[in-house]
Design a protein around this ligand. Structure first.
Ligand SMILES: Nc1ncnc2c1ncn2[C@@H]1O[C@H](COP(=O)(O)OP(=O)(O)OP(=O)(O)O)[C@@H](O)[C@H]1O
Ligand SMILES: [Mg+2]
Length: 331
């Protein structure tokens, strides 16, 4: 069942170097989470990659889509969500333990018992999605983030919490995908701090693209002030309706809009990905963890004619992201 493959390259420090990507847009509802979750599934189950999903959004949508309500409730009750990491620092408690918090073998596509993962030989080729879950409690944390500096006697920046406590685990994965809330607050900045890249999913309309110049500007500022390496990997057009004249026009104007959005930053205009996510129920339904899905083509609707679009979106997006990152290790 498992095929051998050469071990991935290691850094001089001896750990793996994953690709870390944040999904970001100031507009809600543009399919950030849907895209992050499908990409995680595609990398894991169609490309045999090891993927960690970090859910930094108090809405917990990625968590619910990947681990389901029952396992999420258990994590929340045990105090093992990313919200609890921040709460520990704010309240002086020590409940959160990253090893215990990782939900291993997530996604309803996983068929390997979670306890088996750690016994598999390093050379075995298998995919998995692990999740560091979010919690609605992150809403309270958001307003108190400034206090983290005070509480740690200024030894820890409120932007560097994830870096310090979760960053050391990244070496086990090929990809770390970070689902961000629709804002650029401290919690989102924690994600940006550990990311090599950010991807901007956007519906091609005025409301959804409106905040892109702010994203470009703010990340440029953070890159300078905090000496970050993060770059925009690209813009991915989502929920595209081919019969909408607004979407068609939006798509036409997007290259020029991006050029001006990035003109005053220290990075090149990012590419608009060739892969476009069409508006289709199959994408929305695939986020329901409780559905009985059996395999990737069933989950992403390749069976129904209308659903083929969602299936193709995931595969094309994964291939395009891998090509942009120079990750040639294709299955
Ligand atoms: N291709 C699609 N076609 C139709 N509906 C979609 C598609 N992709 C996502 N949706 C639906 O659109 C809604 C928003 O998607 P999603 O939650 O991924 O957006 P988001 O950008 O993460 O939102 P938020 O900013 O609130 O986190 C959801 O109800 C989702 O099921
Ligand atoms: Mg979301």
């Amino acid at each position: 069942m498992f095929v051998s493959r050469p071990a991935p390259a290691r850094s001089i420090l001896g750990s793996f170097m994953p690709h870390v990507i944040s999904f970001i847009n100031l507009k809600g509802g543009v399919a950030k989470t849907t895209t992050a979750v499908q990409l995680a599934d595609t990398f894991a189950f169609m490309r045999q990659k090891k993927v960690l999903v970090l859910d930094l959004d108090p809405q917990t949508n990625a968590t619910l889509a990947l681990v389901g309500e029952e396992r999420w409730e258990q994590a929340d009750e045990r105090g093992q969500t990313l919200a609890h990491l921040f709460l520990d620092l704010l309240n002086g408690t020590r409940n959160f333990n990253p090893e215990r918090a990782i939900v291993r073998g997530a996604s309803n596509l996983n068929t390997i018992p979670p306890e088996v993962f750690d016994q598999l030989p390093e050379s075995a080729q298998y995919g998995r999605v692990d999740v560091l879950p979010s919690s609605i409690r992150l809403i309270d944390v958001q307003d108190r983030m400034q206090d983290i500096a005070n509480r740690t006697n200024y030894s820890l920046s409120p932007m560097a919490v994830v870096q310090k406590y979760i960053g050391p685990l990244f070496g086990r994965y090929d990809y770390v995908l970070i689902d961000c809330p629709p804002n650029l607050g401290f919690i989102t900045q924690n994600g940006l701090e550990v990311s090599d890249h950010y991807l901007i999913p956007t519906i091609p309309d005025r409301m959804s693209t409106y905040g892109i110049p702010q994203i470009a500007g703010k990340i440029d500022e953070l890159r300078r002030d905090r000496d970050l390496k993060i770059r925009c990997l690209g813009v991915v057009v989502t929920k595209f309706q081919s019969n909408s004249s607004q979407h068609k026009q939006g798509l036409e104007h997007l290259p020029e809009y991006l050029r001006s959005a990035f003109a005053y930053t220290n990075e090149d205009t990012p590419p608009i990905l060739n892969t476009v996510m069409p508006q289709t129920n199959a994408s929305a339904e695939a986020m329901l963890f409780e559905r009985d899905v059996r395999n990737y083509p069933v989950k992403y609707g390749s069976g129904a004619v209308a659903g083929q679009a969602a299936y193709k979106y995931g595969l094309d997006l994964a291939a395009e992201v891998q090509a942009l990152l120079g990750d040639e290790d294709e299955a």
